[in-house]
Design a protein around this ligand. Structure first.
Ligand SMILES: Cc1cc2nc3c(=O)[nH]c(=O)nc-3n(C[C@H](O)[C@H](O)[C@H](O)COP(=O)(O)OP(=O)(O)OC[C@H]3O[C@@H](n4cnc5c(N)ncnc54)[C@H](O)[C@@H]3O)c2cc1C
Ligand SMILES: C=Cc1c2[nH]c(c1C)Cc1[nH]c(c(CCC(=O)O)c1C)Cc1[nH]c(c(C)c1CCC(=O)O)Cc1[nH]c(c(C)c1C=C)C2
Length: 480
């Protein structure tokens, strides 16, 4: 009997289990998911208060577009979650307006034809001039990696690097554009230069992938022009529904509060050792553990693999969910980010009430915001995360809300969490590490699949999509 072990019960692990149960041939007759904590969903954690307010400690929205975005909507439909979806159409300020905080002021990022041709602060030139710069800059086509910052500064200009891409890297990776790899993060931009000589040329003439879908939910999302979406009780609704579906499958077993400590990949079957001393013998392992957690588990027999896995760094992020009394948003949009060149300890603030007013408390008017701090700058700004005091983050978040947004309303609820090692950093050389890892798995013919945010994309959409692709590859089946 063929047995699969899935390590980790975050969105990648649950998706892997779900897709395995959807294969027609049921290549694995028994599927065991092993999760170290008592929570299923990993970084996805939505907390609903009695008054109806929803606080997201982790991800708060999913993009509705692109191949991975469409796949996530198809999955939501498959899970029967259509009626629970709350979506933000492209026409809403939450989808259109993104801000940056520079020189003690909030500035809107260019988002219209007017801002294409007219200079807007803090940029030095009209947006179109940066695009012209890209058109006249010769492409480096040597296949080499570069930092995101250097790539954008070289092709578009240093203003774009400082005020557009630097804050974007903070708002997606909590990372430093001067360390992250263009090849592994914004791969399409890197490819456009390699194949077409520039970003604009690539966007205009480069090969475009048409994503086909027969899903009525995808159809609706296109018709209603959804930019981002969530669920009525928060993103947690996705893993929660997956767990319900998986618990109803007779061949699936979910073990929580069980850590995998060792993987013995030396024999024909894999021996999975857990911290409860249980040893499971399985035929294939789908690891969705952060690479830094998998590394020690394979170190006994596969030192080289373990060493490559340990090269993928992670950052810590302090997340402060704030609820204020009254509807006090001074401007409408997704949120604001603070470039690393500014004198602020804050990475950015999400305007949750603008994005999903459905998640506001029902008994009285309120405003929900989420302030994030640390990331690639955590140790430099706050020292050792082991000894960090959560009150420091609460105070800094409330100060940023007051000073950066001019909001003086009293908080009615504040929840501060420190998320240790929560976002992997695809730093320069990540693609080489991936090549080394994949080469090792292939040459040793290891029955081990590596999934989750550590490798090919940090978004929830990416984690789900790559789980599907890998299940298809391992089982040799095409899923609907
Ligand atoms: C603050 C924050 C905000 C974010 N915002 C967004 C957003 O708005 N949109 C978006 O798309 N993405 C967002 N992300 C990214 C996204 O949430 C994550 O990248 C994604 O959830 C990772 O899923 P995963 O399954 O790969 O890993 P994880 O969620 O880390 O799951 C891995 C699981 O493995 C378990 N585990 C670890 N070691 C062991 C072991 N030895 N044995 C057994 N189990 C183990 C862990 O307990 C965990 O449950 C955000 C992330 C953070 C931290
Ligand atoms: C300030 C820190 C962070 C904020 N969000 C995240 C961090 C680290 C994490 C995060 N946010 C998004 C993703 C998924 C990316 C994807 O490919 O879908 C992750 C991992 C979504 C997101 N957040 C911002 C953008 C532009 C995106 C992409 C999706 C979209 O286009 O809508 C910007 C942003 N993030 C934060 C703020 C305050 C902010 C402001 C504009 C918080």
């Amino acid at each position: 009997m063929s047995v699969a072990a899935i390590l980790g019960g975050g969105i990648a692990g649950l998706s892997t289990a779900y897709y395995l149960t959807r294969t027609a041939q049921q290549a694995f007759k028994r599927i065991i998911l092993i999760e170290g904590s008592n929570h299923l969903g990993g970084w996805i954690k939505s907390v609903r208060q009695d008054n109806g307010a929803v606080f997201e400690h982790g991800p708060r929205s999913l993009r509705g577009s692109g191949q991975a975005g469409i796949n996530a909507l198809e999955l939501a439909e498959d899970l029967g979650l259509e009626s629970k979806i709350i979506a933000v159409p492209r026409s809403r300020p939450a989808a259109q307006n993104r801000f940056i905080y520079v020189n003690n002021k909030i500035h809107i990022l260019p988002n219209s034809f007017k801002s294409l041709v007219r200079k807007t602060e803090p940029f030095d030139k009209a947006f179109i001039r940066y695009l012209i710069n890209d058109l006249i800059t010769k492409g480096k086509r040597n296949g080499e990696d570069e930092t995101i910052y250097d790539f954008v500064a070289r092709r578009l200009g240093s203003d774009m690097a400082n005020y557009a891409i630097d804050p974007l890297c903070r708002g997606v990776y909590a990372g430093d554009a001067k360390q992250l790899s263009i090849k592994s993060t914004f791969h399409d931009l890197w490819k456009f230069e390699q194949e077409n000589g520039g970003i604009i040329k690539g966007a205009l003439i480069g090969e475009k992938q048409k994503v086909q879908s027969i899903s009525p939910l995808v159809e609706r999302s296109k018709k209603e022009r959804w930019a981002i979406w969530s669920l009525d009780n928060g993103i947690q609704g996705i893993p929660d529904r997956m767990v319900d579906v998986l618990n109803a499958e007779p061949n699936v077993e979910i073990m929580t509060e069980t850590k995998c400590t060792d993987l013995d990949l030396s024999g024909p079957r894999v021996k999975v050792t857990c911290d409860n001393s249980e040893i499971l013998e399985v035929d294939h392992v789908f690891s969705t553990l952060p690479a830094m957690n998998l590394s020690p588990a394979v170190s006994t027999n596969h030192q080289l693999l373990s060493s490559e896995l340990s090269k993928i760094p992670y950052v810590d992020v302090a997340v402060v969910n704030v609820e204020l009394k009254g509807q006090v948003m001074p401007f409408l949009g997704f949120g604001h980010l603070i470039p690393s060149t500014e004198n602020s300890k804050v990475l950015g603030i999400v305007y949750d009430s603008c994005n999903f007013p459905e998640h506001d408390r029902k008994d009285q008017p309120s405003t929900r915001l989420t302030c994030m701090m640390g990331g690639a700058w955590f140790r430099q700004l706050f020292g050792d995360p082991e000894t960090a005091n959560l009150d420091t983050f609460t105070d800094l978040a409330l100060e940023a809300v007051r000073e950066q947004m001019g909001i003086t309303a009293d908080p009615s609820e504040v929840c501060t969490t420190l998320q240790r090692n929560c976002i992997p950093q695809y730093v320069i050389g990540h693609s080489q590490v991936m090549d080394n890892i994949n080469g090792y798995l292939e040459s040793h013919k290891l029955p081990l699949s590596l999934l989750g945010a550590s490798y090919k994309g940090v978004s929830v959409n990416d984690c789900i999509y790559h789980a599907k692709l890998e299940v298809e590859r391992v089982t040799g089946e095409t899923l609907p």
